[in-house]
Design a protein. Structure first.
Length: 364
């Protein structure tokens, strides 16, 4: 058979085209596999009636869930991105309080039933490492030492005017009284702590900042005109009414400690002439600080207000609105800084990259 040059050229072109097509197909088919799988938030696989609250983060992907029915409560570990949920601890009692340690390795649990009022420390595998009893049936305020994880503050009202503030040394299982005129002392270091004495001012317009030492059980006044504060690692922010406008609250950042280093002002929120302080959160040292702010000065007894998540820049003295929110409710950011729990029961998730709000539970 006679083969012409044109025939050879046509065959070569055909083979080249087929090879190019096959290579192209292979590239198209492998590209999706090489892409990182997009993270999708999952709702909690719980009936609304059994959901108590989300306690907080135990990792960048998992949260601790408090659920229960009747007088029996359960703690679960829930992965937000694959939807897997595992039982951590089942109590034949009501869990009044659950708090995660700052290193996300241990959990404090307060349980109450007809016979016992217990405090327990457990690991993320559900192993109980320490426990003791307490006399109160009420909710406890807990502040875990971020430096020495074996110490935490326990505080509550024994009676209407009698406040109990104590330190639980988990290693020795001893509970000792702590000098504080505030129900909410906050650990500053392994032995030092801070609190504000509002001097019996119902409006919370005045206050003095104190530092205490658990080694000596002595306290020292260190600054006046501080009505509240936020502390996270090296981040220390004081709250006080603005001297320039009665409609503003001043947030003053100090770094190093007690050295002023920038401020922002936000619209003041109050209820029945009593200051309402903003909720703040920060993922880690030197990272962005977020807070819930009102769009304008608000008296909550008059109207419910309009709120938003804001990102604070203390150097430029500005706050950047991120997303509108329905209420001035607690927030807690993940350590990677990508997501933020929000709500009175942490029932919502804010995607900080997409600036979207997602419910984590079914509507009632």
């Amino acid at each position: 058979m006679k083969i012409t040059i044109s025939t050879v050229m046509k065959s070569a072109l055909t083979l080249s085209f087929c090879a190019f097509f096959l290579v192209g197909c292979n590239k198209v088919s492998t590209t999706p596999e090489e892409k990182k799988k997009e993270l999708v938030l999952h709702e909690l696989p719980l009936e609304y009636e059994s959901f108590r609250k989300i306690v907080g983060w135990v990792s960048d992907e998992e949260v601790l869930i408090h659920a229960g029915e009747g007088n029996e409560d359960t703690l679960y570990l829930f992965n937000l991105f694959n939807g897997e949920m595992a039982i951590l601890y089942e109590a034949d009692a009501i869990i009044l309080t659950a708090v995660i340690s700052t290193d996300q390795q241990k959990i404090f649990v307060q349980t109450v039933n007809d016979e016992n009022r217990e405090l327990k420390i457990m690991t993320l595998s559900g192993t109980i490492e320490q426990q003791t009893t307490i006399k109160t049936n009420g909710y406890l305020n807990i502040n875990w030492n971020p430096v020495n994880q074996d110490n935490l503050f326990i505080s509550y009202y024994k009676q209407e005017q009698e406040m109990i503030v104590q330190n639980w040394d988990i290693n020795t299982n001893k509970i000792t009284n702590v000098e504080s005129s505030s129900l909410t002392p906050v650990w500053y270091s392994a032995n030092l702590y801070l609190y504000v004495d509002n001097l019996n001012d119902f409006s919370l317009q005045t206050g003095e900042l104190y530092m205490g030492d658990i080694r000596t059980n002595k306290v020292t006044p260190i600054r006046s005109q501080v009505t509240n504060f936020y502390l996270n690692n090296d981040t220390f922010i004081t709250f006080s009414p603005s001297d320039f406008s009665e409609d503003e609250l001043l947030l003053n950042r100090q770094y190093p400690f007690m050295v002023d280093n920038g401020f922002v002002t936000i619209p003041k929120v109050s209820m029945n002439d009593r200051l309402i302080f903003p909720y703040l959160t920060q993922s880690s040292r030197e990272q962005a600080i977020y807070g819930i702010t009102s769009k304008e000065p608000t008296q909550l007894e008059v109207n419910s207000g309009e709120f938003q998540l804001s990102k604070f820049n203390f150097d430029s003295q500005k706050s950047e609105p991120i997303i509108d929110l329905p209420d001035n409710a607690p927030i807690s950011i993940s350590k990677d800084g990508n997501y933020c729990l929000y709500g009175w029961r942490y029932e919502y998730m804010i995607d900080l990259r997409e600036k979207e709000l997602y419910p984590l539970t079914e509507a009632e």
